[in-house]
Design a protein around this ligand. Structure first.
Ligand SMILES: *Cc1c(COP(=O)(O)O)cnc(C)c1O
Length: 823
């Protein structure tokens, strides 16, 4: 059985849903039977809540088994031959074209189907591009809706400099009809917005065609047809779109890499083949000079697709589509049934999400829509919800934050710009200048930045449903939203002033190879770039040239580098591998540049000939071709990423660490996090997290049995998060300045001793340790203040030892008390 939503407070909600939804939900099946079908057909969904069907929907098992049966028992072969298997294949392909028009486009009547043709392509994007390439752009205009998927926007690049406009829904309708009959016009729009689910359907096309009877309409139907029928039989052929693009994996999951352009035959003649030709698209061709080629003749109502399908069709994929449509019908009856099923879920989810309130009464989400008033007037939306999460002050919560929490809680959702800049811009009032400015700052559609320079969000959250979605998936989403984003009352500030307490250095770590395991130290030297040898090496992905990170390769945690100062060696061990022993003082073989957190650094191969292939050692352990690099000449080429991080006006140098030379945490804070974890799920066997997962350099703890100030009673234990509110930390003889709190991501969810991914501590941190911008913070970044340390000017490097006494000072302390005091 699919994992039931184990959510006691939602049991009532579930019951009410089932009562109201009636037989529209679950295809008229009894709910348990439906649940059972989903469980059998989609084993991959047992352990996750998948809510990204608008990106792709998983295929049911029966499609794959039926396909395997079919192609192993019957011979299908290249349709260009005349053998029996080839003829059978051709027949199956032609039958499939008819099925598509019948089952996905509502053309049940063969006479109505004859007005249309199906051109197979590799997907919706390729279908849109086909129109862009073949449209006669001389004296033509292209107008498309601003809120379009980039695949539709891209057609403008084919239109050349000429007459292209990106318009709102009303503007496009009001465009003056073409004056001269020699001008052609192409209108592009999406039947359903991929980011918001808003629909214009076919009705908008009818409006366009009434005003522009000679204009051509290019419809991006990829999102729309995923869960409903685009009913071409519902309107007169003159009012229907001329070209319609879609991808099949969005409907039935498998095959991928197959889509089509549905073409109205009467409009087909306008598409002129230019550029490449080959395979089956030629009727006759000369061998050499004088060269001539005759494209495939297609006489209306002849087969138009022959002119556009170059080379051999992906015939087995088309057979797979046939199997997929069979399975779809068997499981879900029809696309009209799918439409009813998902719309019950959509209405319920929309209502419940909108009803979420913070303790102060303000809403928890803001839903985004597209296409203005028409986008809700013409048709009910599709099963997609595009939204932003709001905090109790109605400020946006970053989308990456939401996604990371969803990930550790087993939910799969989509966040970001969703390939639809128009929707992003209209939702957040972004101007072209804003977008250009973000790009100039190095932002791209794909990165993790949540807010732009002016505080605009740079992404939204999207959840989407399909035939295989159950009410329990939606309840999981609601429960997740309630747990993490609803703030019931104002959370008291955690920053309590620190009374007399005493601390000492409990542990000290370096991570010689960036993102690999740590080395526990007893005593170690400090320099301004950090503890010596901390993050001096890194692993570089050979194919992408990027630094490898534990986030993508958790097994890196099991690679344990250790510096041996006596032997002058870096010794690297990993389970099941012989130890690597690399001399610390090897000469550099050669240098090259690499990228670390968008800084370019020069790194060296120091691949001394030791009889072992170092890179092969790492590559085989991690299963990625990679190579070990060392920061060239041990010289700092990068700088700490904080404004405060200057020493005497010069920026503070760092090696390969992400942000700063030192990271400090305290055991009291780790203990507090574990308390939260156990409070949050007392019944389940919850595992405590270890301080290791925070990958700090310094771990503090309460000093035991230290007499209080003036020899009074023993001092208080170190309070959790004491490190947050201090400016200077003295460890042993050395003084460090706090630069900023450390922002945390999914990386804390990798258990360092086992390399397993866990849900905690991110989930609990997210509920308890978010700053005003919604960033999770834990621990603090430090720089060494040599000028405030007694070692200043000394020839020997200072050495810190586990057990050293630790004291804090807040510069903001009143009464000008700027001496260091015990906390
Ligand atoms: C998914 C989607 C596309 C792109 O489809 P591909 O399968 O990637 O070619 C274009 N437009 C919309 C509205 C979509 O939802």
């Amino acid at each position: 059985m699919q994992r039931p939503a184990n959510i006691p407070d939602l049991v009532q909600t579930r019951r009410a849903f089932l009562r109201d939804a009636g037989s529209d939900y679950a295809f008229g099946l009894d709910v348990d039977a439906f649940q059972q079908t989903i469980s059998t057909e989609y084993p991959a969904l047992h352990t996750t809540t998948y809510l990204d069907h608008a990106a792709s929907t998983p295929p049911p098992r029966s499609t794959l088994t039926n396909f395997a049966e079919k192609v192993s028992n019957s011979l299908f072969s290249n349709p260009h031959s005349r053998s029996t298997s080839s003829s059978a294949t051709t027949l199956a392909i032609e039958r499939c074209r008819g099925r598509i028009l019948n089952e996905l486009f509502g053309l049940t009547d063969p006479a109505a189907r004859a007005e249309w043709d199906v051109v197979f392509t590799s997907g919706a994007t390729a279908a849109l591009k086909l129109v862009g390439d073949a449209f006669p752009w001389q004296n033509a205009r292209y107008a498309y809706l601003k809120e379009s998927h980039t695949s539709l926007v891209g057609v403008r690049a084919c239109a050349g400099e000429g007459d292209v406009s990106a318009l709102g829904v009303d503007e496009m309708l009001q465009l003056p009809p073409c004056e001269s009959s020699s001008t052609t016009q192409l209108f592009g729009y999406a039947a359903q917005c991929n980011a918001t689910g808003s629909r214009l359907g076919l009705e908008y096309c009818r409006h366009l065609k009434m005003r522009h009877p000679h204009g051509f309409v290019l419809l991006d139907a990829s999102a729309y047809v995923s869960t409903t029928v685009l009913d071409l039989a519902s309107l007169p052929i003159d009012c229907a779109p001329d070209f319609i693009a879609c991808s099949f994996y969005k409907i039935v999951g498998f095959p991928t890499g197959l889509g089509c352009l549905v073409v109205k035959r009467s409009a087909g003649a306008v598409l002129q083949r230019r550029g490449y030709f080959g395979g089956g698209t030629i009727d006759a061709i000369s061998v050499s000079a004088p060269f001539w080629a005759e494209p495939r003749r297609s006489v209306v109502p002849g087969p138009l697709h022959e002119r556009f399908e170059d080379g051999t069709l992906p015939f087995l994929d088309i057979i797979a589509l046939d199997c997929a449509l069979d399975t779809h019908k068997k499981l879900f009856k029809s696309q009209r049934h799918v439409s009813k099923h998902v719309s019950t879920l959509l209405k319920f989810a929309t209502r419940e999400l909108a009803a979420l309130r913070h303790g102060n009464g303000r809403p928890v989400i803001k839903q985004h829509r597209a296409f203005g008033a028409l986008g809700s007037d013409l048709e009910e939306p599709g099963p997609v919800i595009g939204f932003s999460v709001l905090d109790p002050e109605s400020e946006y919560v970053g989308h990456v934050h939401v996604e990371q929490l969803a990930t550790v809680n087993g939910l799969q959702i989509r966040t970001g710009g969703l390939c639809n800049t128009g929707v992003l811009a209209s939702s957040f009032n972004l101007t072209n200048d804003n977008i250009r400015e973000e790009y100039a700052r190095g932002r791209s559609c794909w990165d993790d930045e949540e807010f732009g320079r002016h505080g605009h969000p740079l992404g939204m959250v999207r959840v989407s449903f399909a035939a295989s979605t159950t009410i329990d998936d939606v309840l999981q989403l609601l429960s997740f939203m309630r747990r993490y984003f609803v703030v019931s009352a104002k959370v008291a500030s955690l920053q309590t002033p620190q009374p007399a307490a005493a601390a000492s250095l409990k542990g000290m770590m370096i991570y010689p190879i960036k993102s690999c395991g740590g080395q526990r130290l007893e005593s170690w030297e400090v320099v301004n770039t950090g503890l010596i040898y901390d993050r001096e090496w890194m692993l570089v992905d050979e194919s992408s040239g990027k630094t490898l990170s534990q986030k993508q390769h958790p097994r890196m945690a099991l690679i344990r580098p250790a510096i041996s100062l006596e032997d002058r060696l870096l010794v690297v061990s990993a389970p099941g591998s012989v130890n690597l022993r690399l001399p610390l003082d090897a000469p550099e073989d050669s240098t090259l540049t690499a990228n670390v957190c968008s800084d370019t650094v020069s790194v060296s191969f120091s691949n001394p000939h030791l009889g072992v292939d170092i890179d092969a050692w790492f590559s085989s352990f991690l299963g990625v071709p990679c190579s070990l690099r060392r920061l060239s000449g041990s010289q700092a080429q990068r700088h700490a990423h904080f404004e405060r991080a200057t020493a005497g006006g010069a920026p503070v140098p760092i090696l390969l660490s992400n942000e700063s030379p030192f990271l400090l945490i305290s055991q009291s804070s780790v203990d507090q996090v574990n308390n939260w974890i156990h409070e949050a799920s007392p019944a389940q066997e919850t595992q405590s997290v270890h301080a290791d997962c925070f990958r700090a350099n310094f771990l503090l703890e309460s000093a035991q049995g230290v007499p209080g100030p003036g020899g009074g009673p023993a001092s208080l234990p170190l309070p959790p998060f004491a490190e947050d509110s201090v400016d200077l930390v003295r460890i042993g003889s050395e003084t460090f300045q706090v630069l900023a709190r450390c922002r945390r991501c999914l990386m804390v969810c990798i258990e360092q001793s086992t390399a397993r991914r866990t849900k905690e501590p991110l989930s609990c941190l997210a509920r308890n340790r978010k700053n005003a911008r919604g960033k999770i913070e834990f621990g603090v970044h430090l720089m060494w203040r040599e000028d405030l340390s007694p070692s200043v000017g000394a020839r020997e490097r200072p050495v810190l030892k586990v057990g050293d006494a630790v004291s804090f000072v807040s510069l903001a302390a009143e009464d000008g008390q700027d001496g260091l005091c015990d906390v």
